[in-house]
Ligand binder design. Sequence first.
Ligand SMILES: Cc1cc2nc3c(=O)[nH]c(=O)nc-3n(C[C@H](O)[C@H](O)[C@H](O)COP(=O)(O)OP(=O)(O)OC[C@H]3O[C@@H](n4cnc5c(N)ncnc54)[C@H](O)[C@@H]3O)c2cc1C
Length: 426
Amino acid sequence: MTSFWAEAAEPQWTASPLREPLRCEVAVVGGGFTGLASAYHLARAGVDVGLFEARELVSGASGQNGGQVLLGWPRDLTSLAHEWGDLVAEALWTLSRRAVARVAQLIDEEDIRCQWRQTGHVDAATTSQEVDALQAEREWLIQHGHQTAVWWSADAMRQRLGTPYYRGGLFDEQAWAFHPRQYGWGLALAARRHGARLFSHTPIIRVVQHPGPTYELVTGSGFSIQAKHVLWATNGYLPPGAHWLRGRIVPVYSAQIAVQLAEPSALPLDLPTVSDTSPEYHYFSRVGPDLVIFGGRLETHARRQGDFSPLEDQWRQLFPTVGSVRVTHRWAGRIALSQDFMPHIVQWAPGCWFAGGYTGHGAALSTEFGAIMATLATGGHVPGEVETLLKLPWRPLRFRRHWRPGARATIGDGRHAPLVRATIRV
Ligand SMILES: Cc1cc2nc3c(=O)[nH]c(=O)nc-3n(C[C@H](O)[C@H](O)[C@H](O)COP(=O)(O)OP(=O)(O)OC[C@H]3O[C@@H](n4cnc5c(N)ncnc54)[C@H](O)[C@@H]3O)c2cc1C
């Protein structure tokens, strides 16, 4: 199960494990986009920061995702407006735009070569209920000054995407794509250049809070790290002893294949990035002249056995006329489904923060959340939109006490329920 992205040449430098006790002002746990963005911003502000990653840097969801860098949140803005009011939805919309802008700015300022490109994105509908929901979303966006959301009919979808599968879709040219691993590595190198100390293969297995408060983190090899602040950036890999989070996040896997087309023109050359909310939650994009990556849900037992044939069947169902293809890569990565389909930033002890729960929509938000955690840890000022986000309640999963290995459960708000009809790992 090798990721398509793993083929990219890695930088000359690789992080080493921590081999001695260490003291720093801020300890960041997790070396994906969230943690690296925190470390980057802290180091730029002159803070003494250490980052500790259990495996290789950028080897979690950040190095395995679909590379779609999208505005918005895992939930529709209309559903956010419905639950919390228009003002909250507007604030969150502004924050998501800032997240994408920050990624673009970082890539530019730090000269990160990661195939950054504007692709446009289409949210694709498979049912008439979904058509109605997306059309309502378009109205909301236009009413709130975002004029680039365009409705594509079923015919337009067939022509623009090369599949008869969809009943319509909401296209927005304001969407980008990148090579996630190259972006993550670029972020790591930039953080290091600014003075962050980054360690790989250094799992944090225990945290002790001392009066002060200060924290002592213990690594898998038994070394001790003393820090004033701890930022947890572990997303779907929950921190040790994090019972509170376990009640709010369900780790699930999303799987992808890379498909080589025998005939590149079998699919439109200007294919935008695509995602849908069918029960399989497909997403796909072109990543080369004859290459498409295609993702979706794969049952746990199939993934464990390395059997990607159900996903390959879904590809054939979507693209019955594309003809012969070769599947060159198959891989899966862990996402963090949040109870309310929203990522959150929470302070769970003095000086100790967690950011995550991106629900499969964190390519841009994770960079923003990392930056926000860095600001919060150093007592900096956050804008009103962030205050709004911090005030959102994060209720526990109601079915938590019924969990058992292999249990199936549905959470969410109806429209999104299919995405989380997932087999839960405990
Ligand atoms: C297959 C897949 C496709 C996706 N596609 C998209 C997409 O196209 N667009 C989009 O917006 N989002 C997508 N996402 C979601 C996006 O990738 C994530 O939201 C984002 O990368 C989260 O970043 P992160 O840094 O918070 O988490 P991660 O990248 O998962 O990083 C967490 C890190 O913490 C480390 N860690 C955990 N516990 C410890 C510990 N105790 N000690 C030390 N280290 C620890 C882990 O090893 C891991 O490296 C996708 C996700 C997956 C899995």
